[in-house]
Structures are given as C-alpha cells and as structure tokens.
Design a protein around this ligand. Sequence first.
Ligand code: AMP
Ligand code: ZN
Ligand code: ZN
Length: 417
Amino acid sequence: MPNEGAAAACLLVLALLLGACSGAPSASGERAQAPSHPLILLSLDGFHPDYLDRGLSPRLQALADDGVRARWLNPSFPSKTFPNHYTVVTGLRPDRHGIVDNTMLDPLLGRFALHDRDAVGDGRWWGGEPLWVSARRAGLRSATLFWPGSEAAIGGYRPDRWLPYDAALSMSDRVDRVLAWLALPPARRPHLVTLYLEAVDTTGHLYGPDSAEVDGALAAVDAALGRLLDGLAEIGLTGAVNLVIVSDHGMAQVDPARTLVLEDLVDPSLVEIVGLSEILSFNPRPGRTAEAESALLAEREGLTCHRRTETPPQWRFGSHPRVPAIVCLLEEGWRVRRRERFNPWQDRSGGNRGAHGYDPLSPSMRALFVAHGPGLASGLLVDPFDNVHVYPLLAALLGIAPAPGDGDPAVTAAMLR
Ligand code: AMP
Ligand code: ZN
Ligand code: ZN
C-alpha cells in the first residue's frame, strides 16, 4: 500500500533527522555500545607532576596511588596551553592539528589569540577530530566545562553541552555544573565530561613554581577535586566513573636577569611578529628575508632560532602552513620583552616569576598523568609517555574507535582493566 510506504519513508526521514539533531547515530548509523561508566577528563593547567610530592594534594594522591600514575607525561612542542590541550583530545601533534601556538597567524583566517572569542569559536582553526566529535560520531553524548576547541563546531559538531570560557567561574561552580550533568538520568547523562581548572598555572606564572602561592593553589585545586569526588559519591557514582587527570605542561622559574630585548634581536621593521613568548616566531617582510635571517639565526645566549624547515627533529614541528618562517625558542628561565615595555627596575622587583613554553623535554615542562576508575588498572606506576597517546586511551575508555593520529593504543594498553 503506497500510503503506508510513504508514511514509513517519512518516519524514516524523521527518525534520521531527529537522530542528527540529538546527535545520536552517526552518518553511518552506528551507535557504539554506550560505555558502562562515564569518563571525566580533568585538566589541571600547569600542574607539574613533582607538585604531588609537596603533600598538598591528598585527594589527587589517593587517586594516583589507587589507580594509574605516569612518572610524567611529555608535552608536545610547543609546551603551551592550547596546543597541548588540543593534542590530548585529538592524539595529534600540534604540527598536525594546526593549533601550533597560543597565538597564530593564518593567511586566510588572520590572527588567533586565546582571548579572541571569534577565533577560538571558529572551527576552521581546529584540525583533526577531538574526542567529543569522535564520541558524537559514535552516538555518545559529551559535555565540556571548558576545553580549548570546545566552543567551535569542528567537522560540524560541538559537544552536546558546552560553555564559553569564563575564567571568573569559580572552581566549585564548575564542579557543581559537572556534577549536575552526571546526575542526569542515564538516558540523558553525558558519556564524556571535561573539566578545566587553571588556578595552578595562573599562580605559577605570577609567583613562580616554588612559591607559597602555588602551594595555596594546589590545596584549592585539590579541594575542588575533593568536591567532585564527594559529589560523585552523593549521586551514587563512587567507583562508577573513569577519571583521567592530565596537565598540559609544567612550570619553570623565570630569572628576571635573563631578559632579552626584542629590538636587540632583530629590527622589528624587517619582520612580522607572530608570537612573542617563550616561543618567538616571525615572518620576514617581503624582500627582507636575508636580513631577518642573518639577525635572528646568529648564535646568542638564551635563544636559538631556526628556519621552519630546520627545527630540531624531536620537536616534530614545522610542516603545518601556520608555522611561521622563523621559530625561536628561549632557554629555560629566559624571557623576552619589547624595549618600550621593559622597565628593568620594575621587572627586577616584580613581574611574572614562572613560565612555560620551553623545550618540552626539559624536566620543568613535564606534565601530569593520573587515571582512576573501574576501567583502569589499580596501583600501576608507568614510565613517561608522550601526550599524543592519551587520546587512544580515552577512546578505549569510551568504547569507541579512535580517529587515526599520532597516538599508539599499545602505549597505554596495560592501563586498561
Ligand atoms: P598559557 O598562556 O599557555 O599559560 O595559557 C593559559 C591560559 O589560557 C589560561 O589562564 C586561560 O586564560 C586561557 N584559557 C584556557 N582555556 C581557555 C579556553 N577554553 N578559552 C580561552 N582561553 C582559555
Ligand atoms: Zn597551560
Ligand atoms: Zn600558563
């Protein structure tokens, strides 16, 4: 009967449309077997693994002792926040996912900066497939309480629930929001939740990694973790959630006496400055390449510059079109200032005392990795590994196929229960 056939076809179209709207089945119509346990991915920005030894992180320490802990996690180059957060959720090195620094220049898209909401929310900046998109393709739900990339539609998808980054949202409000998501009935509860806390990084920059202020931030972040764990217990999820806790990089002490002045390195009229942090990056102005290179590539204390095609192989960096023509890296503890902003008296008495962005293999840049939950081994201490391998582990915990990338599931296989 034609009418019934038409009705059935309409229902099918409707079902497909609804599926697309709710993000349930992927284009292939496949819905992954929903994981039995939600996954929380927690980032403690700038948390050096040695901070655990200060005895100020009892809740985190308990998870590390009872679950899986890596001696440390190697950040990818550059050891900055956006490149590394996005590596953790894509399994791609920054040179491949395209978030090659916190500040970038793209011939088509223009400038990218962390505080530029339009850029941060523009999916064209974000390459690869972040975990929440992998989850969505498999029919799983995600909710992000901040994560670089989570505000943009990437491959057409955002997390099912997300919020614009708001540094002023308190740690307890963030935790409570995450708990509210996890308290939803199972049919609506997200399978993947991210949570981001920046207090340790912010304090580390201002006062240096060895400061009493960082100690205070460690205690505050541990209290937030405690609020999360206690809240999970209240909603009956103790032992029922997989929790993966990472940091993006560590923190080094800055020595104000080791300050380079930009104008002493290169005549600013010769170059377009793309980034000016621990990684300095430049594009020579048209016709000025030879002069810019001869100034910047010269040997000097505290800074080494490379043509983008000649960066050290261990950086695995230089092929993405957004990598500027000349990339320079400060030695640990050094910094650079523009002359107009450099007040030697003031800088010696105040200013930032901590920095990262230095060589990812430097011990000070080491990152944190702790994982705990029903899907994870217990009491396991593992050797250091690169943060590109975190994504395949997260995918395994969600029971979904990881998108191809730089990570190797074999590296973390022993962590899975
Ligand atoms: P960094 O300069 O590498 O130390 O970056 C850390 C800073 O990145 C934090 O203090 C925040 O201000 C900023 N940040 C972190 N996550 C986000 C986000 N999702 N959107 C915008 N800014 C962010
Ligand atoms: Zn960071
Ligand atoms: Zn930082």
